[in-house]
Ligand binder design. Structure first.
Ligand SMILES: [Fe+2]
Length: 343
C-alpha cells in the first residue's frame, strides 16, 4: 500500500519549520551591522547550492515523490510519525558491541587526549567512519542487524524502491564537554539554548537513518530526540531547499564573522537546516519543540529509526557516556546487485 500524505489540506503539511528573526537576534542582527560585501559572496554560493539541491529534489520527486509505502509495520510508523523504535536481539547486540569495541576505545583515547591538552572537542573527534573494506566484520554485523530487524524491507517499501542497502556507518562516543553542544557561541554572544542541535539533514537522498544504542542511554547521555510528524511540515518547499543549501555552504559555522555575513543576507535566505542552536530560549517555537520532542531514552540494542527529513538531534551528553552506531540505509531505484538480496 502506498499513501501520499503531502496532498490536500493536510494541516501537517501546512506546519512550518521555525523561522528565526535574525534581524533582531542578540547573536546576529542585535550585535552586528550587516557585512554586505561578504554576504554577496555567500548569496552567490547559495545560488549554486540551491540549484544543486533543487536538482536532487527533482530526482527524488521522479522516483519517491513523497509517496510513502506503508506495507510494513516499520514503514507505516515512520510514514505517520517520522520515526519508530525497535529492539535488536541480544545475540546480535553482543556481536556488534564486540566488533565495535576497538573503535569505541580509539574514540575514547582521542577524547582523553583532547581533554588533557585543553583542546576543544569537535564533532569529528567523536566518530569513527566504518566501511566494508576498513571494518569488514563490523560492517557485516551492521548489515545483518538491518536485515534481521526488517529495516531493509522497510526502506524498500517506504521509498517504493527496487532495493536498499547499508549506505554508511559510524561508531560514535559522546561525552560531556562537546563544543558544539555546550559552547555554540564561543564569543559569549548568547547562552547555548536547550534546543541545541535540532536540525533536518542537509542531504536530499532517499535514506532512512538508525541510531543504534550500543549501551543504555538515559536522559543525561544525549538520547536521540525527534519531533513527531515534522517530516511532513512544508514538504519539498523552497524553504527546505534553502536550509539544505546553507548548511552545505562554507559559511555554516557560528563564528562572529560568519554570523555577521549571515545577518546581511536577504531575509528569505536567512534559513538554516541546523536551526535549533539559534532559537531564542523563551520563544514560542523553542518551547513548542521542546514540549513535542520525543526523547528516546532506552536500553542497549535500541534502534531509533527515522526519516532524516524530520527534525531531530542527539548526542548532547551531559553526564556519563553514549556509545552508538549511526547507520544510513539508502534506497536504490536501479536493478539490484545480486549480493544485496541477502544479509
Ligand atoms: Fe541528522
Amino acid at each position: 500500500m502506498v499513501v501520499s500524505v503531502s496532498s490536500g489540506a493536510d494541516p501537517l503539511a501546512a506546519r512550518r519549520l521555525p523561522e528565526i528573526d535574525y534581524a533582531t537576534h542578540p547573536a546576529y542582527g542585535g550585535m552586528f551591522k550587516p557585512a554586505r560585501a561578504r554576504a554577496a559572496a555567500l548569496e552567490q554560493a547559495l545560488g549554486g547550492l540551491v540549484a544543486e539541491v533543487e536538482a536532487e529534489d527533482r530526482a527524488k520527486d521522479a522516483t519517491f515523490g513523497y509517496r510513502y509505502g506503508t506495507g510494513t509495520d516499520i514503514s507505516r510508523e515512520v510514514a505517520a510519525q517520522g520515526w519508530c523504535v525497535r529492539q535488536l536481539p541480544a545475540a546480535r547486540l553482543k556481536l556488534l558491541r564486540s566488533a565495535a569495541a576497538p573503535e569505541v576505545e580509539a574514540i575514547r583515547g582521542r577524547l582523553a587526549e583532547l581533554r588533557a591538552s585543553g583542546a576543544m572537542i569537535g564533532f569529528k573527534a567523536t566518530q569513527e567512519i566504518i566501511g566494508p573494506a576498513s571494518h569488514p566484520d563490523l560492517w557485516l554485523q551492521a548489515r545483518k542487524a538491518l536485515w534481521e530487524c526488517g529495516l531493509i524491507g522497510a526502506a524498500v517499501d517506504y521509498f517504493g524502491s527496487n532495493h536498499a542497502s547499508l549506505k554508511s556507518a559510524a561508531v560514535m562516543v559522546n561525552q560531556p564537554g562537546q563544543a558544539w553542544c555546550e559552547d555554540v557561541f564561543r564569543d559569549g554572544a548568547m547562552e547555548t539554548p536547550a534546543t541545541v542541535g535540532f536540525h533536518i539533514d542537509s542531504s536530499s537522498l532517499c535514506v532512512l537513518k538508525v541510531v543504534l544504542y550500543l549501551d543504555d542511554v538515559g536522559p543525561e547521555q544525549g538520547p536521540f530526540g525527534v519531533i513527531p510528524t515534522s517530516h511532513l511540515w512544508e514538504q519539498g518547499s523552497p524553504g527546505r531547499v534553502r536550509r539544505r543549501a546553507f548548511d552545505r555552504s562554507a559559511f555554516v559555522s557560528r563564528s562572529p564573522g560568519q554570523r555577521r555575513t549571515f545577518t546581511a543576507l536577504p531575509p528569505e535566505l536567512r534559513l538554516k537546516a541546523e536551526f535549533g542552536s539559534d532559537l531564542l530560549p523563551e520563544s514560542p517555537e523553542a518551547l513548542q519543540l521542546l514540549a513535542e520532542e520525543h526523547v528516546g531514552t532506552g536500553p542497549g540494542g535500541q534502534l531509533n529509526i527515522f526519516d532524516p527529513e524530520a527534525v531531530h538531534r542527539g548526542g548532547q551528553t551531559r553526564a556519563g557516556e553514549r556509545q552508538v552506531m549511526l547507520l544510513s540505509i539508502g534506497a536504490k531505484f536501479g536493478a539490484p546487485p545480486a549480493e544485496e538480496h541477502t544479509a
